[in-house]
Write a protein that binds this ligand. Structure first.
Ligand code: UTP
Length: 496
């Protein structure tokens, strides 16, 4: 180990004969005491000189006043009565049934125009640990078993390429594709290196390397039920990513909002990595968003049944802003209340992590969230010096920003067309790679049949289908020339 001169030691603490620290740096210990976290040094006497230094560095890397504020505010807000909620007013939702063909065509064209003008960027949330899926690699690297064998990242990259092509063609029929959509990818210390390497080794899936920007979200210490840091090892505080809502402060601290502004970006399409049907950079959604003139919008699907474990959009009191209530926080009697006029659930708009924001809004919201410092306390088993300890991970969610938005609109989409979640390992009851693959195959099979194609199959059709490469189509359009009168043997990928 490199020896430190006394003057180099943290807080000028005296060096032990072996070059290490004899006692915890006094000033650091006092600071920890100020925040009731001095137990972090509890095992000091048992540590080797190297580990003492690591511990000091680990604690010094923490922004203690900020973390303390977050812990206090989050604990305080827990158990507070949930504000009175109302269903989302109908005027805030564009439903599938009320949308006309003219609306759809108008929004599609508006969206493509804005994209060809370089006003849209997309942001992928990819910092999660994917514990339920149980894969050692980040979720985006996962191959859900489609005929093409493509990973989730590749499916998304190719859909971005496809929209670029459509946008370029919308302004110039002969265009070979001069529009670039910038792709911001949020990673975390748990996923960063693997994701970057995966993109490099796959040559950015045909995109330009410099149209992709990786940035890391923050982490935050895990705490015990009484708010003290959990020690993962005797010399390291257990930390976890600060939730997908960590994106707001990560964008701010990495100065990427300025980067977007410099590129002329005005709108940001933000989505989770684990949806095999995600329509990245959807021109229709963007056109709707611009047409509505709102600061935020979210795609929603109808809740399937009252107990479904999804967060739903609500309005906070009469005339209040929209927000999302987690299924665990929604009173079961409210969850099953029916709207007598429509015969549907009153709280029916499920959040599926597909959001559109204006850059102006993103510039403001990080400060508001930071001022309130309220994080969700997720009870989890945390690896600790005492084995698996039950404690809390502190997380913000992407939808925590919605109540701060001056205007929010919801855009209903058909679940089977845009939502194929990959949450749990195969063998679980729902949201698995197998169920997501079937959703993709079924949708693409419907596209092909609607475009005049035929299918043969040697396994039952409910268990197979065809996959349409984004090289051919983004959302089922332009398939007739490829499919009419042709027969495809499922499973297979249809490409040029
Ligand atoms: P989930 O809430 O499903 O979490 O993330 P997860 O980490 O993927 O999976 P589990 O809960 O450990 O099994 C929804 C989306 O938010 C991203 C994920 O990568 C996914 O795209 N996310 C989640 C982040 O970007 N950062 C986080 O800290 C948490």
């Amino acid at each position: 180990m490199r020896e430190l001169a006394t003057s180099q030691l943290p807080d000028g603490n005296a060096a032990a004969a072996d070059g290490g620290l004899s006692s915890p740096p006094q000033a650091l210990l006092e600071r920890l005491k100020d925040y009731g976290q001095e137990d972090a040094f509890a095992l000091w006497d048992e540590l080797s000189p190297e580990h003492r230094l690591l511990l000091v560095k680990d604690i010094e890397s923490l922004d203690l006043p900020r973390i303390d504020r977050i812990i206090r505010c989050s604990f305080k807000s827990q158990g507070l009565p949930v504000a009175a909620i109302e269903p989302v007013p109908e005027s805030s939702v564009s439903t599938v049934e009320e949308r006309t063909l003219e609306d759809r065509e108008k929004w599609w064209k508006m969206g493509l125009k804005a994209i060809s003008d370089g006003k849209l960027a997309v942001l992928l949330l990819s910092g999660g640990q994917g514990t339920r899926l149980g894969s050692s690699d980040p979720k985006g690297c996962f191959n859900i078993g489609l005929p093409s064998g493509k990973s989730l990242f590749q499916l998304q990259a190719e859909r971005i390429s496809c929209v670029q092509r459509l946008a370029a063609q919308s302004v110039n029929e002969d265009s070979k594709g001069s529009t670039l959509i910038h792709w911001y990818i949020m990673t975390s210390p748990f996923t960063d290196v693997t994701i970057r390497k995966f993109f490099e080794s796959h040559k950015y899936f045909g995109l330009e390397a410099d149209q992709v920007t990786f940035f890391q979200q923050g982490t935050i210490p895990c705490v015990s039920k009484d708010g003290r840091f959990v020690m993962e090892t005797p010399y390291q505080v257990a930390k976890a990513p600060d939730g997908n809502g960590g994106v707001y402060s990560a964008l701010k601290y990495s100065r990427l909002l300025e980067d977007m502004a410099t590129r002329g970006v005005r709108y940001l399409d933000c989505y989770g990595v684990d949806n095999a049907l995600v329509r990245v950079a959807d021109p229709t959604f963007l056109g709707y968003f611009i047409d509505k003139g709102v600061a935020t919008a979210a795609k929603v699907v109808r809740k399937a049944y009252p107990q479904e474990k999804v967060g739903v959009f609500v309005r906070q009191g009469k005339g209040g802003p929209l927000s999302v209530v987690e299924y665990s926080e929604l009173d079961p009697s409210l969850a099953s209340t029916i709207n007598q006029q429509t015969g549907r659930l009153r709280y029916c708009w499920s959040n599926v992590c597909l959001h559109m924001f204006t850059l102006d809004f993103l510039n403001q919201v990080a400060n508001s969230l930071e001022k309130d410092s309220i994080y969700h306390l997720a009870e989890k088993k945390i690896p600790s010096v005492h084995g698996q300890a039950v404690g809390y991970k502190l997380e913000q969610f992407i939808f925590d920003a919605i109540p701060y938005s001056p205007s929010t609109a919801l855009f209903e989409v058909v679940r089977d067309e845009e939502f194929a979640p990959v949450k749990n390992a195969n063998g679980s009851n729902f949201d698995t790679p197998d169920s997501a693959r079937l959703l993709v195959l079924r949708l693409h099979t419907r596209w092909v049949v609607a475009a005049g194609g035929f299918l043969t199959h040697s396994v039952p059709l409910y268990a197979t289908g065809v996959e349409v490469s984004p090289v051919c189509s983004y959302a089922g359009e332009n398939l007739e020339p490829i499919c009419r009168g042709r027969t495809f043997h499922a499973p297979c990928e249809i490409t040029f």
